[in-house]
Design a protein around this ligand. Structure first.
Ligand SMILES: Nc1ncnc2c1ncn2[C@@H]1O[C@H](COP(=O)(O)OP(=O)(O)OP(=O)(O)O)[C@@H](O)[C@H]1O
Ligand SMILES: [Mg+2]
Length: 253
């Protein structure tokens, strides 16, 4: 039996087809979320159409920011539940999930039986999210993978004090104007995001193993900064962007 998971994120829409009998991913794809979220989902399902997997889908589940606007799924689940479910499938020992997407960040705490015991979500401020990275990449004239590579070449710590992305943009322009190197600014941004996430985690009893997921987990330098601050290794899924859709597909049965 195959099930379909859909994650309509604020930036990207992802689908996963999960083979429940083999307990493995049969198909995955993503594209930018559109003004009409259903249209992005339709395009992804069309992309899956040539593959055998789409033929025998028994049920579907939708999650993500735009989940309530999509009416064709059999079930709707929250992103918290879906991310936790996928992380348990990928890393059965997981006790904490950090999901950083394009627009929000979430921390989920699980007990030793894998049950969700608490979570915090930040959807009001871009400072601890991919938006901050995207703004920085534009200012530093590079793409997101390059931003991580550049930050890894940093040789001097420089402070970045703004706690708001709008003010941080002015601060970055100022740092460039005063001769600070691009790698040092890129590292300062990653450290700032890491501090933000660390502070967000403080109300929870976060324990290792910690899984870092969402599109932002593709930044190796941010992973390095956050792991340093938390003083523990972070587990990263092979394809961290599709975690929410994977959880929705697992839960669709
Ligand atoms: N190589 C990369 N390095 C760092 N960040 C990246 C990279 N590639 C993508 N991202 C970030 O990941 C974001 C998309 O991640 P994701 O699909 O998890 O977000 P989303 O689910 O649409 O958003 P949200 O969960 O906030 O609604 C992009 O907007 C970008 O900021
Ligand atoms: Mg998301």
């Amino acid at each position: 039996m195959k099930t379909l998971g859909i994650d309509i994120g604020s930036r990207n829409t992802k689908i996963v087809i999960f083979d429940q009998s083999q307990a493995q991913i049969a198909f995955k794809a993503w594209q930018a979320t559109e003004i009409n979220p259903s249209s992005a989902v339709d395009k992804l399902i069309q992309a899956a159409a040539p593959s055998q997997e789409i033929q025998d889908i028994a049920s579907s589940c939708v999650t993500g920011y735009g989940r309530k606007m999509y009416k064709r799924a059999d079930a709707i689940k929250s992103e918290i539940v879906c991310h936790a479910e996928a992380c348990k499938y990928l890393f059965p020992e997981v006790r904490t999930v950090i999901d950083i997407g394009g627009q929000d960040s979430k921390i989920i705490s699980l007990n030793e039986d894998g049950e969700i015991i608490d979570f915090v979500m930040n959807d009001k401020c871009a400072a601890g999210t991919g938006r901050f990275l995207e703004m920085t990449a534009i200012k530093l004239q590079c793409d997101l993978p390059k931003l991580s590579q550049l930050a890894a070449e940093s040789d001097t710590d420089i402070p970045l004090n703004s706690t708001c992305v709008v003010f941080a943009e002015s601060e970055i322009i100022g740092l460039l104007a005063t001769g600070n190197s691009v790698p040092n600014i890129a590292r300062a941004v990653h450290k700032s995001i890491a501090r933000r996430i660390y502070a967000q985690m403080s109300p929870l009893q976060c324990q290792a193993p910690i899984v870092f997921t969402g599109g932002v987990a593709q930044s190796a330098d941010l992973v390095y900064c956050l792991a340093n601050l938390l003083n523990t290794e972070l587990l990263i899924p092979d394809d961290p962007e599709i975690t929410g859709a994977l959880g929705a597909a697992i839960l669709a049965k």
